[in-house]
Write a protein that binds this ligand. Structure first.
Ligand code: COA
Length: 166
């Protein structure tokens, strides 16, 4: 089966497993919020619409090179999203890309959609001038860890430290 991708005007084909639909990867727009909230199953449901509205205000709709918010669309339906941005000199690090959020609808997982979205966000971040991409993953979230490892991300030189405030 051939899985066909359209990425902001370009059309690409790649070997896929089980899907004949065309996947369109494009900048997210505010009308995608409901679909994104439905796919995002992490955290308290009632806080999500406000959270994602805030993200849209921050990320805009594709006008800023250093802030990227993409969705994957299949047959007119949003089936995945990814967002990230360039951040400079936090923790003493030179500018690098950060990927903050990523999810794909359970019904279409395992078909390479997250991989395509990650490839595109990396391309955009590189265009914005950085040569490293980072993310943070809950170590108990084995599927997300496995995904990022499959995309060649490895443990970096920073470690997260935390303390409970009582
Ligand atoms: C992680 C996630 C985004 C992967 O999406 P996907 O479209 O199914 O991923 P892909 O099909 O592009 O997978 C690419 C590779 O990642 C790895 N991978 C993906 N899901 C995996 C899983 N459940 N177990 C092990 N490896 C996995 C595999 O190596 C896979 O390559 P392969 O299919 O050739 O084996 C998806 O499972 C998801 O949305 N999970 C919940 C997300 C979440 O918790 N987000 C909160 C943190 S932001």
């Amino acid at each position: 089966m051939v899985l066909k991708y359209q990425i902001e005007g370009q059309v690409q084909s790649s070997a896929g497993k089980d899907m004949s639909e065309e996947i369109h990867i494009r900048n997210a727009v505010p009308s995608d919020i409901d679909a994104i909230v439905a796919i995002d199953d992490v955290g308290p449901t009632e806080e999500k619409p406000a959270y994602w509205r805030g993200i849209f205000e921050h990320y805009g709709t594709g006008g800023k090179k250093d802030r990227v918010f993409l969705v994957a669309e299949s047959a007119g339906e949003v089936v995945g999203f990814i967002s990230g941005e360039v951040r400079a000199w936090e923790f003493g690090s030179p500018p690098c890309g950060w990927v903050f959020a990523l999810a794909v609808s359970p019904q279409v997982r395992g078909m390479g959609i997250a991989g395509k979205m990650f490839e595109e966000i990396c391309r955009r971040l590189k265009q914005a001038g950085v040569s490293t991409v980072r993310t943070m993953v809950d170590r108990s979230n084995k599927e997300v860890l496995a995904f990022f490892r499959s995309q060649d991300l490895r443990t970096g030189k920073y470690i997260e430290l935390e303390k409970e405030l009582v």
